[in-house]
Design a protein around this ligand. Structure first.
Ligand code: ME8
Length: 651
């Protein structure tokens, strides 16, 4: 069986974050699961680069869009690598292979009359890259529930795509294929939306030139969504490529609920107009929200560095958290505390502990040699029956794209394994010679339980099979889905090792104190805390009261580029600065005028406290504060000399 699965192609207008990572990890788990089933899988992800917002962000950073996207795309590729994403291809919409297909399709649709030229007069939301009719706006702003930002009035000559012509055919398709849009809540939303009437869609822009040119009218660039959706077939080499013939139609397009509308309306209509089969499923998952309920998103700036998280907790733990926490059809809450909680309870206590306890007993009672088992008792029979039940349940859950429930099922088995250790009490059996065979059965069952757990979790935590196989002294060929619930797969006589904890428990407070007060046990001061020489108290301001890492993390420090500087009239201390940070220009009033001439500051990259409440100084609203070091009469503004753009985080 072939299985073609895709993620959205993400806008590289800033680095990927934990929300973007969710979709990609979910698609990866499904791709890995299907590979384990023996399916021929093609897994596609990539980046959507021809958007107006890319032009805007690049302009704000004073670099050309191409250089800008090249840098950010590199971050996406690195993150997917760090998260063990097993995509078969990565498509960039700035690649010629994609542009060629978009141009061919645009021309074909124009020639057959599905695209026509007219004039667009209406509104555009650049953050959402969406056209809006006046009557859809809410108080003059973008009506998208998660956006609500300013829209711009557009009046330009444009090409239009006849969505309206295909409305009935689309409704018919959705009616006949209840599985087409999932979960059902999204299907209902889409039905209501389409039944409300489809307007023809504006599919070209003339007010900027970044993008794919309309081949027969190069003043126009193709509207980013028409261009982006085509990636799912251009990457396969549509119309003649072998991969296209082999893998299309897609088995599932996975995405967040925000963009289901584009995939459930524009995309099927493009395909219908081209007379190409439609994808089998469009699946829209919920969002990861922060603790205070806001969506994690680039534009809200509430994004935590994913690389840091992976380094701290490991890719498997982050993958596990992301997949376990977002329940089907709802939104999930992301916070680092929640990650630690899941890691400690599910991974360290339940999974890791079972593996280390049981292997330690094989080492202790049988020198690490897995013994030949005797007859099963009722506990082994119960375990085996549960493994069949759980494997079936996982398959069912994954058929409906629900990794959270699949993991919940697997943890029923993990919990049963832990209970088995307590019930069988090998430490008691080990004291009774007549129980030798019973202990052999229990120890053998332990390692088989580890194998079952490893196969079942392999799609979700791909880092585990190599680690566990190394502990068991076997090759990764034992990771076979169809054998997950068969028993007696591992040969007796193999030699196992206890190894290190798979998931060491994390103590978040210890983690932060360890960072703050480094103990230097490795060198000659073994075990002693680093001591700081006391400093003459009078000369320096006393060090302030301790704060927690949480308090510190409330500060949003950013690199900011000084665009202009002028002294504030009638003061000798204040300087008015215009700084550029994350594509936005802000005014900051700073008490540095005695120490700098304005021309010394322009073009310097400084550190800005970006989330300080604005305040008025001499009638000027100051939006933040720049950092400077000072002692006595000396003051120096902190500057950043490496090539970092305005907007880069300082931590
Ligand atoms: O929309 N929780 O790109 P995009 C869960 N280029 N998922 C989240 C999330 C969150 N907080 N934030 C983002 C685009 N996502 C277009 C797609 S496809 C032909 C073109 C995920 O960079 C989720 O999958 O804005 C969402 O749909 C996607 O990122 C939006 O990514």
């Amino acid at each position: 069986m072939k299985y073609y699965i895709t993620t959205p192609i993400f806008y590289p207008n800033s680095s990927p974050h934990i929300g973007t990572a969710y979709t990609t990890v979910a698609a990866d788990a499904l791709a890995r699961y299907h590979r384990l089933l023996g399916d021929e899988v093609y897994f596609l992800t990539g980046t959507d680069e021809n958007a107006q917002k890319i032009v805007r962000t690049a302009e704000a950073n004073h670099i050309d869009p191409r250089t800008y996207v090249d840098g950010v795309v590199e971050r996406f590729i690195e993150l997917w690598k760090a998260l063990d994403i097993s995509n078969d291809d990565f498509i960039r919409t700035t690649e010629v292979r994609h542009q060629k297909v978009v141009q061919e399709i645009f021309t074909k649709l124009y020639e057959q009359g599905d695209i026509y030229k007219s004039e667009y007069s209406g509104w555009y939301c650049t953050p959402c890259e969406t056209f809006w009719l006046e009557n859809k706006l809410i108080e003059g702003k973008c009506p998208n529930a998660d956006c609500g930002r300013d829209v711009e009035l557009l009046k330009e000559e444009s090409y239009f795509f006849r969505l309206s012509k295909y409305q009935d055919a689309l409704l018919k398709h959705i009616g006949e294929h209840p599985e087409f849009i999932q979960p059902v809540s999204r299907r209902n939303e889409m039905l209501r939306f389409i039944e409300g009437g489809l307007e023809d869609l504006c599919v070209s822009r003339t007010t900027f030139q970044w993008g794919i040119k309309v081949p027969f009218d190069p003043l126009h660039v193709v509207y980013v969504w028409l261009d982006a959706l085509i990636n799912y077939i251009s990457a396969l080499g549509y119309p003649d490529g072998e991969n296209y013939k082999r893998y299309w139609p897609a088995d599932v397009h996975i995405m967040g609920k925000d963009i289901v509308r584009f995939h459930a309306v524009i995309w099927p209509i493009i395909l219908m107009a081209l007379d190409i089969p439609l994808p089998k499923v469009i699946y829209g998952h919920g969002w990861y929200l922060t603790k205070d309920g806001g969506k994690i998103s680039k534009s809200r700036g509430n994004v935590q560095d994913s690389f840091e998280l992976i380094e701290r907790y490991g890719s498997d733990a982050i993958r596990y958290f992301l997949l376990r926490e977002l329940q089907v059809g709802t939104d999930g809450t992301y916070s680092e505390d929640n990650v630690v909680e899941r890691l400690n309870s599910d991974l360290a206590n339940d999974f890791g502990n079972f593996v280390s306890r049981s292997l330690a007993m094989v080492v202790k009672y049988r020198d690490g040699i897995v013994p030949r088992p005797g007859q099963d008792g009722s506990q082994e029979r119960e375990l085996k029956a549960l493994s069949h039940e759980v494997k079936k349940a996982v398959e069912k859950r994954l058929e409906v794209f629900d990794p959270a429930s699949a993991l919940e099922e697997i943890w029923r088995f993990v919990a049963r394994c832990n209970k088995y250790v307590d019930e069988t009490s090998p430490w008691v059996l080990a004291k009774q010679e007549e129980q030798r065979e019973r202990l052999d059965t229990v120890l053998y069952t332990f390692v088989e339980c580890i194998r079952v757990m490893t196969v079942l979790t392999a799609p979700f935590m791909p880092g585990l099979p190599p680690r566990i196989c190394a502990l068991l002294g076997v090759d990764e060929g034992i990771i076979r889905w169809e054998e997950a619930d068969q028993w007696g797969i591992l040969e007796h006589g193999i030699k196992v090792q206890k190894g290190e904890q798979l998931f060491p428990r994390i103590d978040i407070s210890q983690y932060t104190t360890a960072e703050e007060t480094k103990t230097v046990d490795q060198d000659q001061n073994q075990g002693q805390k680093e001591t700081i020489e006391p400093v003459p108290a009078l000369e320096f301001e006393p060090i302030k009261e301790e704060i927690s890492i949480e308090d510190f993390s409330k500060l949003d420090l950013r690199v900011a580029k000084i665009l202009s500087a002028e002294k504030v009239e009638k003061t000798d201390k204040l300087m008015k600065l215009e700084v550029e940070v994350a594509g936005v220009v802000r005014t900051v009033v700073s008490g540095i005028a005695k120490h700098y001439a304005p021309e010394d500051l322009v073009n310097q990259y400084v550190v800005l406290v970006a989330n300080l409440k604005p305040t008025k100084l001499r009638g000027i609203t100051s939006q933040g504060m720049i950092l400077a070091a000072s002692q006595g009469d000396v003051l120096e503004v902190l500057t950043v000399n490496k090539d970092l753009p305005g907007g880069a985080r300082v931590k």
